[in-house]
Design a protein around this ligand. Structure first.
Ligand code: DSN
Length: 430
């Protein structure tokens, strides 16, 4: 059995080494700071603390309560809002908590289609299906890669959903919440925002501010553009104690038992770091996404939303049908040290054959890359997918580029290794 321990450690070490020499462009991934990472293996991991600070179901939680109260205070400050709950253990769980709080089985809920970039929570096979709510799809403007406001107003007036969810996993442009707000008020629908992808940009003042544009609640994960631990959060701007009670009840006991206290402690550090470094990080993340989009476009790639500057977030979408389709392009890039994901794009004929790639700048920005490096990344794409350079040659180029960017930025402890394997228990067991 000791051999299994050594074997797993070897696999994790090999994984870290692979990422150390790769260009990671997954829009939903990021790197934890050393101080946040350390808390992930603290004794908080081993404990239970159901309920709210000061009203726990387990003893021994005095320090946990203090940390969670600080976490809630930092979250409210960062998002300039009145309510936070850090007990959902992931973004999807946070979405389920909102569905539990604001809907009943059979209710109609406005959302976007998966092919238009929505998260799987909105699908019948996801959280919507689990709660038994029925989606009402917004009309989509493919050119502008956002909701078509006039046509959506008509749909909302005709169908009158109880709640309207705004938010995407292919999130290029802000959602027109302010424009739709009068319609929501007219039909008595509550606005709900899934901010998972853009949370760090919202906090950094680089994207929209949904809680002040008309959404009562924002659900999110905490590890994408906000570079925290894998966890969930609810944020709200409401004076209605009934809504607060329902959201809290949705989180616990609705969809969680314990809320992974080590992650909550790590999140507290990440929120403090984002208050300090988030503005600059968010600004550079968006600038890098736009620079990468332009550089790819100049090299003949079909980057979506050219007329709108490609993106206002951390994400860009590239149609790669002429490069062999999303699946083939993503695999070839990964073999050459560039990590991306295939993605459905509006107009794709089959969900089984995504025609695009989704690329994100959060991690390359986190390790300090700038616009010059985005141009180099676009050259590597061009070399592999257009110019027929070999996988090995491009992988070598990716590793060379990455060699200068393997430490963390925009956090306390900046300069620490980003991908190092942490030898926590000394040498491997024998
Ligand atoms: N699966 C994540 C993404 O990549 O967008 C969201 O949960």
């Amino acid at each position: 059995m000791a051999r299994t321990v050594a074997w797993v450690r070897d696999r994790v070490r090999a994984h870290s080494q692979r990422f150390e020499r790769s260009i990671p462009l997954i829009a939903s991934e990021n790197l934890l700071s050393p101080y946040a990472k350390e808390l992930m293996i603290s004794d908080f991991h081993s404990r239970y603390a159901e309920g709210l600070p000061g009203e726990r179901y387990y003893e021994g939680n005095e320090q946990v309560d203090e940390v969670e109260n600080r976490c809630l205070e930092l979250a409210r400050r960062l998002f300039r809002c009145s309510f936070a709950d850090v007990r959902p253990i992931s973004g999807t769980v946070a979405n389920l908590a909102v569905l539990k709080a604001l809907t009943e089985t059979g209710d109609l809920v406005g959302t976007s289609r998966l092919a238009d970039g929505a998260h799987i929570s909105s699908a019948g096979f996801g959280a919507f299906g689990l709660r038994g709510v029925k989606p009402v799809y917004y009309a989509w403007d493919e050119e502008r890669m956002t909701i078509d406001v006039p046509r959506t107003r008509e749909i909302l007036r005709a169908v009158r959903p109880k709640v309207c969810l705004f938010g995407l996993s292919l999130f290029l442009f802000p959602m027109p919440i302010a424009e739709l707000r009068p319609t929501l008020e007219e039909i008595g629908a509550r606005g709900w925002y899934d901010g998972a992808h853009v949370l760090g940009l919202i906090a950094g003042g680089e994207f929209q501010d949904p809680l002040h544009e008309g959404c009562v609640v924002m659900s999110s994960s905490t590890h994408k553009t906000l570079p925290g631990p894998q966890h969930g959060i609810l944020l709200g701007e409401t004076n209605d104690p009934e809504v607060v009670k329902k959201l809290q009840g949705g989180a616990f006991p609705g969809v969680t038992s314990n809320h992974h206290l080590n992650e909550m402690a790590a999140l507290t550090v990440s929120l403090a770091e984002h208050l300090e470094f988030g503005r600059e990080y968010a600004q550079r993340t968006v600038a890098n996404a736009r620079a990468l989009a332009s550089a790819l476009h100049e090299r003949g790639f079909d980057v979506l939303a050219e007329g709108l500057g490609f993106t206002r977030s951390h994400t860009i979408a590239v149609r790669v049908e002429k490069e062999g389709g999303g699946e083939s392009a993503a695999k070839r890039l990964a073999d050459a040290g560039i990590i991306t994901n295939k993605n459905l794009l509006p107009g794709d004929k089959s969900p089984r054959h995504p025609g695009g790639l989704r690329l994100g700048s959060p991690e390359v920005t986190r390790v300090g890359m700038g616009e010059r490096e985005m141009v180099r990344i676009a050259e590597l794409f061009d070399d592999l997918l257009h110019k027929g350079r070999s996988t090995e040659e491009v992988a070598q180029g990716a590793a060379e580029l990455k060699r200068g960017f393997t430490t963390l930025k925009y956090c306390f402890g900046a300069g620490e290794a980003a991908y190092r394997y942490y030898d926590l228990v000394g040498r491997d067991p024998s």
